[in-house]
Write a protein that binds this ligand. Structure first.
Ligand code: FAD
Length: 610
């Protein structure tokens, strides 16, 4: 272990997106010595790509808006499977978190009265998304990053965590640190810390068509499982209704929901505004069922119901899928999203500058003059680490999770804008509680043994060893990744059946077996094949969790649609599926069990009677 880099912290935050940065700031403010570790460059996290805005019931445009309405919208959007306490804290605290961002220097778009402007998004009763054009995530990251750097928080960037350490010498296992490698040099680094906050984002790279970047390989989900934590809601994957479909090189890139919030409508190849045919019973009372009423809503929201294009994402994605399947799709296998014929060019360029440039540069389409072609794209995972709603601690002492990697908050379907607010609310809570936990330990801190470090290093280096062993038939990481993406896209996509899910589990088990023989040539210095080999173990475990839970849940709800069980089933509406990895061994099958949902108190239940 000569020369191994070793650091001692009170709180190690894995991830530098909105959740990680907000957690690190909170932990620092609570007096902890904090490190942020991220596998890409600081500022490159997923959060930077967020476009539409941050959902918070500030009431700037509609005084009627308040946390109770936001809470109700969030629960209904998640088809009541959300952890009610998380949804409550989120709705109550989001406005303060937005104002705090503004205090720290974020420049939001303004109303005529100089208040923070708020825009419409699917499933939100009132215009509620604080935004900066269609580049809200960029402003959020810029502000948080600036603050974290100003506070002097240590940042380890281009540094990937591959293992969490646990101290098992006491009555209960406790987190004791993390093992990582520098992407550039391949050298190892050990963090000793009694708390780790996972803020690693999502899992989209398990699918072929996704709005997510290379970083989304489910690392945090898998690290948590391997350390003994549990995952919930993994069957619920959000397919955003509108991703680019053409040209092939950009397939999956997001087309923000703001296009529909600002007046864009969906049409099929026959020019029909088809969403009126897909209004579900659950949302009938609040959705316009004629073009006249829908049009009236844009100028007079009090006396008109919302256009069906602004139904929650799961509903719109399924509708688009059905139109394409029925042969009414666009030339490149999507449908049309038209704002050109509905708003003037100046409005479109001002409200949607990134979309204008994205289509101009990537598809040679002028969205002020012609419709876009769009189709569903894997966007977000509702499922994640099971945490305590108030503290964000998992079932493992010292291990916290916040942001997209955590489960519970969004139930079976997330409303647009509710992620950025989730990052701020629960990032802050996780950081604060981790610092407090660390402080309380005093001198009784857990430790990392040399044998644990040696084992983590050996596991990371295994792909090089296998490549050197003529007796073992090595597997190429890129081939396995491609095969996995194909399985997930084909068999665990928007519409699912028992037969396909069973087949997917068989395929994933075979891929897991092949992945025990991953082989990588070359050196440890900047070697993307090696990095992928290490990410793949995580992608495979997470994919197995999604497929296994999807097979078990015999109903359709939110981001989980079963062709063989087309409706929601009330008995399933009271249950979560919990996934664990016995012994932390990623080659073993994941374990699944049922768990009743926490019961909502009566005073909150009355909000749904109105
Ligand atoms: P991220 O911002 O993705 O950060 C993850 C961090 O973890 C990164 O720093 C990464 O390097 C690090 N990491 C991962 N694995 C490791 C590892 N093993 N070791 C070290 N570091 C690691 N939501 C909204 O609410 N409103 C929107 O308008 C909106 N628009 C979106 C637009 C796009 C195109 C996309 C893709 C998403 C959008 N979302 C939006 C969703 C939202 O952006 C994400 O859910 C959110 O940013 C996730 O934040 P996070 O902090 O959890 O993770």
């Amino acid at each position: 272990q000569g020369g191994l880099e070793r650091h001692l912290y009170d709180v190690v935050v894995v991830g530098a997106g909105g959740a990680g940065l907000r957690a690190a700031i909170a932990a620092h403010d609570a007096g902890a010595k904090v490190a942020i570790v991220c596998k890409s460059l600081l500022g490159k996290a997923h959060t930077v790509m967020a476009e539409g805005g941050i959902a918070a019931a500030m009431g700037n445009l509609y005084a009627e808006d308040n946390w109770q309405v936001h809470f109700r919208d969030t629960m209904r959007g998640g088809k009541m499977l959300n952890n009610w306490r998380m949804a409550q804290l989120h709705a109550q605290e989001a406005p303060d978190r937005v104002l705090e961002l503004e205090e720290w220097g974020a420049l939001f778009d303004r109303t005529d009265d100089g208040l923070i402007s708020q825009r419409d998004f699917g499933g939100h009763r009132y215009a509620r998304l604080a935004h900066v054009g269609d580049r809200t995530g960029l402003e959020m990251i810029r502000t948080l990053q600036q603050r974290a750097v100003d506070l002097g928080i240590d940042v380890f960037m281009e540094c990937t965590v591959t293992e969490l350490f646990r101290d098992e010498t006491g009555p209960r296992p406790r987190i004791s640190g993390a093992f990582a490698y520098w992407r550039e040099t391949g050298r190892f680094i050990v963090f000793e810390s009694p708390t780790v906050v996972l803020a690693t984002g999502g899992i989209g790279k398990s699918y072929q068509v996704t709005s997510n970047s290379w970083e989304y390989t489910g690392d945090g989900h898998a690290l948590a499982m391997r350390a003994g934590a549990s995952l919930i809601n993994m069957e619920f994957v959000q397919f955003h209704p509108t991703g680019m479909v053409w040209p092939p090189s950009v397939k999956g890139i997001l087309v923000t929901e703001s296009v529909r919030g600002d007046g864009g409508v969906l049409k099929n190849s026959e020019g029909e505004r088809f969403m009126f045919d897909y209004i579900p019973e659950f949302f009938k009372a609040e959705t316009a069922d004629t073009v006249e009423e829908a049009e009236g809503w844009y100028t007079d929201k009090k006396n008109h119901r919302r256009p069906p294009e602004l139904l929650p994402r799961d509903e719109v994605a399924r509708a688009i899928n059905s139109e394409i399947k029925a042969g009414r799709g666009s030339p490149h296998g999507g449908v049309f999203l038209d704002i050109a014929s509905r708003r003037d060019a100046e409005f479109i360029r001002r409200r949607l500058p990134s979309m204008y440039h994205q289509f101009r540069e990537l598809a040679d389409v002028d969205i002020t003059a012609e419709p876009m072609e769009v189709g569903p794209t894997c966007h977000y995972v509702m499922g994640g680490v099971e945490v305590d709603a108030d503290t964000e601690q998992s079932i493992v002492e010292g291990l916290y999770a916040a942001g997209e990697v955590a489960g519970g908050m969004h139930g079976s379907n997330r409303l647009g804008g509710n992620s950025l607010s989730d990052l701020l609310v629960f990032g802050r809570r996780a950081g604060h509680n981790a610092a407090y936990h660390s402080h309380r330990l005093g001198g009784a801190r857990p430790t990392v043994s040399d044998s644990q470090v040696k084992a983590a290093a050996a596991a990371a280096l295994a792909p090089f060893e296998i490549a050197q062993d003529p007796g073992r038939r090595g597997e190429n990481p890129y081939t396995i990744q491609k095969d996995l993406q194909d399985v997930m896209q084909r068999l665990v996509g928007i519409i699912r059946t028992a037969e396909e899910l069973e087949a997917s589990l068989g395929e994933i088990a075979r891929l897991k077996e092949r992945a025990t023989r991953l082989a990588v040539e070359g050196h440890r210095q900047y070697n993307p094949g090696w990095h992928l080999a290490l990410d793949l173990a995580n992608m495979l475990v997470v994919s197995e969790c999604i497929a296994k839970a999807a097979l078990e849940r015999q109903e359709s709800r939110g981001g989980h649609t079963r062709d063989d069980f087309p409706g929601p089933d009330p008995s399933w509406g009271a249950r979560n599926l919990v996934l664990t990895l016995p012994g932390g061994d990623f080659t073993a099958p994941v374990h699944l069990r049922h768990q009743p949902l926490p019961v909502m108190p009566d005073d909150l239940k009355t909000l749904f009677d109105q």
